[in-house]
Design a protein. Structure first.
Length: 379
């Protein structure tokens, strides 16, 4: 019945895939999760279902149910390690630079060994369970009193930060920081390797007033408010433009994992992790618990994809700079990259983030708690 139902939705209703809630439960043989369970075998052999998108929420509430990275080839997974790492990094937690680099580069540590590609990682910051993006930067704690369970329901592990004031405020500095943090989180998501997933309403600044378990609320608490003020309209435009940027530049959606030992026609590595002083990151740099700023160079000339006539696809070179520290940090462009002319096409520290600014010298001042994207100026 399960397989017939799935095939009906594909062949008759023309859906192009499925997301399986608590998908580890589907792999349980008696009690244990079996990566090669009969359900996966059956789908993998089905001529219809094996060709559609299969997305797993790779955990359930039973013993051994957490299976992130363990689903078979052909399956994509909600990557909660991405969610937790990016939330913690932009919140200002230390010791996360190395894992943050793993997550924004496609989480090869989770998926490559099984032969899966970067799109196996469904990256997300927020989902239908938990805080919305607006609440993630507005509340330190859940506020689920309206649910009638004395605030006991819903997770306490939110990795959220209210930017100085719990909930609604009129303080201009706090509101500006919240807007910046939202830009940081959304830009990180769209500029990461993997498949980005955006919670509907986040682009509109939807709030549940700190309720992180609003499934039982059918009222203004969970509805979407379409009456946007100036700042929400600006954030909607930011979301549109950062999505467009990703769609226009295949360097942010690679079909294989980028390699530091693969060279471009220019003789540069196709990915270079950068220290703010202009050096390539070393193992000891990644281990510094106090450090919260790093960059990554992505070579647009190393893309493996081809166009409709088999022609090689080239993209611009980019440098992505991230600074979760609260103070500004001058970021020097590495010597091997400084010969290129660069322009800053995104800077989340600005209320108008897409005002392009050519770099007059091989350095860029990265403001506290901000992200900047530099693009090579085409000759």
């Amino acid at each position: 019945m399960l397989m017939d139902s799935l095939r009906y939705w594909v062949t008759e209703m023309h859906v192009d895939g499925f997301r399986f809630d608590l998908a580890s439960a589907l792999a349980r043989e008696l009690h244990d999760v079996d990566r090669l369970g009969s359900f996966f075998d059956t789908i993998g052999q089905d001529p219809v279902l094996s060709q559609v998108k299969l997305i797993a929420e790779p955990w359930d509430i039973g013993k051994g149910g957490y299976q992130v990275g363990n689903f078979p080839p052909g399956w994509n997974e909600w990557n909660d390690k991405y969610r937790d790492t990016l939330r913690g990094y932009w919140k200002g937690d230390g010791g996360l630079m190395g894992e943050c680099a793993q997550r924004i580069s496609g989480s090869a540590d989770l998926y490559e060994a099984s032969g899966r590609k970067p799109h196996a990682s469904v990256n997300f910051i927020t989902a239908h369970d938990g805080f919305t993006l607006e609440d993630l930067v507005s509340y330190n704690h859940k506020h689920n009193e309206a649910n009638g369970e004395d605030n006991r329901d819903g997770t306490d592990a939110n990795r959220s930060w209210n930017c100085g004031v719990e909930g609604p405020t009129d303080e201009a500095a706090v509101l500006a920081l919240r807007r910046r943090q939202k830009r940081n989180l959304l830009a990180s998501l769209l500029l990461s390797q993997g498949a980005p997933m955006i919670l509907g309403g986040d682009e509109l600044g939807r709030t549940q007033r700190g309720n992180n378990n609003a499934y039982c609320q059918d009222n203004e608490l969970s509805w979407t408010n379409w009456n946007l003020d100036e700042h929400r309209r600006e954030f909607l435009e930011f979301a549109r433009r950062i999505v467009r940027l990703r769609r226009e530049h295949p360097v942010f959606a690679r079909r294989r994992y980028v390699r530091a030992d693969t060279l471009t026609p220019e003789g540069l590595k196709e990915i270079i992790w950068l220290n703010p002083d202009g050096r390539e990151m070393t193992a000891s740099d990644w281990q510094q618990g106090f450090a919260r700023c790093f960059g990554v160079y992505l070579a647009g000339g190393a893309i493996e994809r081809r166009g409709p006539r088999g022609e090689p696809i080239r993209d611009s070179d980019f440098v992505l700079l991230l600074n979760a520290h609260h103070e500004a940090i001058p970021f020097r462009i590495a010597t091997m990259l400084a010969v290129k002319p660069w322009t800053a096409i995104v800077d989340t520290a600005r209320e108008q983030p897409f005002e392009g600014r050519p770099l007059p010298e091989a350095a860029y001042t990265l403001q506290g708690r901000s992200l900047a994207l530099l693009q090579e100026i085409s000759p």
